[in-house]
Design a protein around this ligand. Structure first.
Ligand SMILES: [Zn+2]
Length: 315
């Protein structure tokens, strides 16, 4: 990754963790990649944006942070004068939904999985970062919500959004345009970095792997894949990410099954073989291993509440 992009990514992640960026005016440059069929990928600060433009208007997949809305709108105006009609959020995190209030007030219809609206409306604690997220203002909330999937038929293309079982959070969806062979994976895919697994929002590494498998079964070698973070990718890149996730998950499961504590799991360095390639992003290897392990334990304790005293478990 070029140093500038790397720096922006780190800034975005720092903002995700602290919420600091939301109060500062933006000097971030928005870059645009043309994917054909009126589809674009925008990068700025925060989650990557997918755009569909055409005679029916503009559809956005995610909208980064509130201060970036004017720059995002300017980047879109260079390819379309049509209004932004829909914003589809891949999940509830502020680096993907921060522009919702601005765009909602401008008339865009915000669409997301039921769980995105529920978590945004309630606010909550991102336990992996120890950060409290306040409830979102009403104008930022999705007004159309879906459960399993949803389709939009605009700009001569079919857009399909699929919800997946608990993965990065419990309200993730990936979005694809089958005819155009473009897919936005949201934060199910961090291209080049260990991914955040927001276990306080129901995230779990096994769900990440299952979601990635579902996407791999959906796309072909020509499909361009927009990751939630990192550069534009493809099936081969996603497969490499899947291989890393599966190996690390198996090692961490084995350590936990053997009765190791979270501290012991971290000390065993289950990511050692992968750190050179994946461990230089926002999450250092130790932090990521702890996040994965805590997600597994949270899920395990939540799914068998009637097995007696939770304190009997070592973890
Ligand atoms: Zn996220």
């Amino acid at each position: 990754m070029p140093p500038v992009l790397s720096r922006l990514f780190l800034l975005a992640c720092a903002a995700l963790a602290t919420g600091a960026a939301a109060q500062q005016p933006s000097t971030v440059a928005i870059t645009r990649i043309d994917l054909g069929h009126g589809l674009y990928m925008l990068r700025g600060q925060g989650g990557n944006i997918g755009v569909s433009v055409g005679s029916d208007g503009v559809i956005l997949i995610d909208d980064q942070f509130a201060p970036l809305t004017p720059a995002i709108e300017a980047a879109i105006r260079e390819v379309s004068d049509a209004p932004i009609r829909f914003v589809l959020n891949t999940h509830w995190h502020g680096d993907h939904t921060g522009g919702n209030e601005n765009l909602g007030k401008s008339g865009a219809v915000i669409v997301a999985h039921h769980g995105v609206r529920r978590r945004m409306a309630a606010g909550g604690r991102m336990e992996a970062f120890g950060r409290e997220v306040p409830p979102a203002p009403p104008a930022a909330l999705p007004v159309v919500t879906f459960g399993k999937d949803l389709q939009l038929h605009l700009n001569g293309l079919r857009l399909v959004a699929h919800h997946v079982a608990a993965a990065h959070t419990d309200g993730d969806a990936y979005v694809w345009w089958p005819e155009a062979k473009v897919l936005h994976a949201g934060d199910l895919y961090f291209n080049g970095f260990y991914p955040v697994i927001d276990w306080g929002s129901g995230g779990h590494i096994d769900g990440m792997i299952a979601a990635v498998d579902r996407i791999l079964a959906t796309v072909d070698d020509e499909t361009r894949i927009i990751p939630g973070h990192g550069p534009l990718s493809d099936r081969k890149g996603l497969q490499a990410y899947r291989d890393m996730l599966a190996d690390v998950a198996a090692r961490i499961h084995a350590l936990l099954d053997a009765g190791k504590s979270v501290e012991e799991v971290v000390a065993a360095r289950p990511t050692a073989a992968w750190d050179e390639k994946w461990g230089k992003g926002f999450l250092a290897p130790d932090a990521w291993v702890e996040m994965v392990a805590r997600g597994i334990l949270r899920h395990a304790s939540a799914s068998r509440p009637q097995q007696g005293d939770p304190a009997a478990h070592r973890h």
